[in-house]
Design a protein around this ligand. Structure first.
Ligand SMILES: Nc1ncnc2c1ncn2[C@@H]1O[C@H](COP(=O)(O)OP(=O)(O)OP(=O)(O)O)[C@@H](O)[C@H]1O
Ligand SMILES: [Mg+2]
Length: 444
């Protein structure tokens, strides 16, 4: 279809209108306008030898005839004396947009004339202003639709992109989690294999011992038989003693349980990430929470930093203490991990109206803006695989947000980082110690 694309031209709009000669009398032109063939035309072209000279409109004729004795005085005169000799001329090859802006710029209102279409200077036909405008309107609408389609396409690609990003994060997560589970799993497995080995040897020794006892209790047993069983039992028992199985077994099971503990901690962490656990609201002193987090993290922190405390006098705050402890521990751990050799971690608290503010500042490596912008993203970490899951701050963010609080970060590369937490003193609708902060179903 010509015209849906940008090549739609004026030629496609041309109406075949029979031109009139310049000598035609005014009354004859008036009659023509009454004829059915011209019933829908606003004007007629005046053409000599194929060259357009002007245009005469119904409106012009009406004005002539409305004068006193107009018809009688002017009716017999040639139309060329009354025509508009500067009509709108549009080239048939012109594109619709060009023609349209030209016509809109030059047409007179009210619209009493259409435009003359020419090709190489010669009359080709007439074009209606209204159909030109209509065509333009259609094109604008079509462009609008194309824009809507482009927009939809863009949205779809964006969604696709987000999806791939999510899948990439998931891949990273799976890799990280697999790695973290693999280490304890490795020694749990080797411990269990060892224990199986041990128990087989112990079983052999037990059987030998059992045989010896049975022989000893058997009255018909010869000394030779007893000697044989005694030898076997002694060898087996010595073999067991040599391996140190009995001393080892306790440690072996302790290590195994520790490994299993690490795995289940990881699983709990993951579960916390996707759905915060049921949390009771307690009334706690956040200075004490900080102290307990410092105690739990003490092993790591004491190697990396001196802790400086500036505790304000705080009222109790309604919160899920275990969750807030988790947030504090994570921020303190991050701070310690950000320090290269030995530095300082300053913790400060104060009351700010209806809120309590906690600041945890380190003089570690700091972060460039590109890192700072992503630290709350799940699975974002700059630490090597196996060392960081990148979940710490995203879980912290969720927890603080669920408490109606805020978390703010200021960081300068090379100088350090400050995390500021603000928690409201009261939780809406909190019934102390009895109501879940957010009543979510237990994991199935
Ligand atoms: N105090 C800090 N100084 C410098 N960088 C920090 C600090 N705290 C966080 N970051 C940056 O933010 C990233 C995300 O921290 P987040 O606690 O979410 O994950 P992680 O510590 O890498 O891993 P995880 O906490 O799961 O062990 C870190 O990898 C680190 O790049
Ligand atoms: Mg962390």
């Amino acid at each position: 279809m010509a015209g849906n694309r940008s090549t739609f031209r004026v030629r496609d709009l041309v109406m075949q209108v029979h031109p009139i000669p310049p000598q035609m009398r005014v009354t004859d032109v008036a009659d023509l306008f009454l004829a059915e063939a011209c019933a829908n035309l606003l004007c007629l072209p005046v053409v000599r030898d194929g060259v357009p000279l002007g245009i005469v409109s119904r409106y012009d004729i009406m004005r002539i005839f409305l004068r006193q004795y107009g018809r009688e005085v002017f009716g017999a005169r040639p139309i060329e004396r009354f025509m508009n000799s500067a009509p709108l001329l549009v080239n048939a090859q012109a594109e619709i947009e060009t023609a349209s802006s030209y016509v809109r710029e030059h047409m007179r209102l009210p619209i009493t004339e259409d435009f003359v279409v020419v090709e190489e200077g010669r009359y080709l036909g007439m074009g209606m202003v209204t159909s030109l405008l209509e065509k333009m309107e259609q094109r604008v609408a079509a462009r609008g639709q194309a824009l809507v389609r482009a927009n939809q396409h863009l949205k779809a690609s964006q969604a696709h992109l987000v999806q791939s990003e999510k899948m990439a994060s998931l891949g990273q997560m799976v890799a990280g989690v697999a790695h973290e589970i693999n280490t304890p799993l490795g020694y749990v497995r080797s411990n269990v294999e060892l224990a199986r080995d041990f128990s087989q040897r112990t079983a052999t020794a037990l059987i030998a011992g059992g045989n010896l006892v049975r022989t000893l209790l058997d009255e018909r047993a010869t000394d030779e038989e007893i000697g044989e069983h005694l030898a076997v039992a002694t060898t087996e028992l010595e073999a067991v003693a040599e391996t140190g199985i009995l001393d080892e077994l306790g440690n072996l099971f302790d290590d195994t349980l520790h490994g299993l503990g690490e795995i289940s901690e990881l699983v709990v962490n993951l579960r916390n990430f996707s759905r915060l656990d049921r949390a009771r609201v307690d009334r706690v002193n956040l200075n004490e929470c900080l102290e307990s987090a410092l105690t739990i993290g003490r092993n790591l922190i004491k190697q990396k930093a001196e802790v400086v405390r500036h505790y304000g006098d705080l009222p109790d705050v309604e919160c899920a203490a275990s969750q807030i402890n988790q947030v504090l521990l994570n921020i303190l751990t991050n701070a310690a991990q950000a320090i290269d050799e030995f530095g300082e971690i300053a913790v400060a608290t104060r009351v700010l109206g209806e809120q309590v503010e906690i600041s945890i500042r380190d003089n570690g490596c700091g972060m460039p803006e590109s890192v700072r912008a992503r630290i709350f993203d799940p699975f974002y970490t700059t630490k090597p695989v196996g060392q960081g899951t990148g979940l710490g701050l995203s879980i912290s963010y969720q927890i603080i947000e669920q408490h109606g609080g805020a978390i703010e970060v200021n960081s300068t590369p090379g100088e350090g980082t400050e995390f500021i937490l603000r928690l409201p003193l009261r939780q809406p609708d909190a019934v102390e110690d009895s109501v879940a902060l957010e009543d979510m179903p237990e994991a199935g």
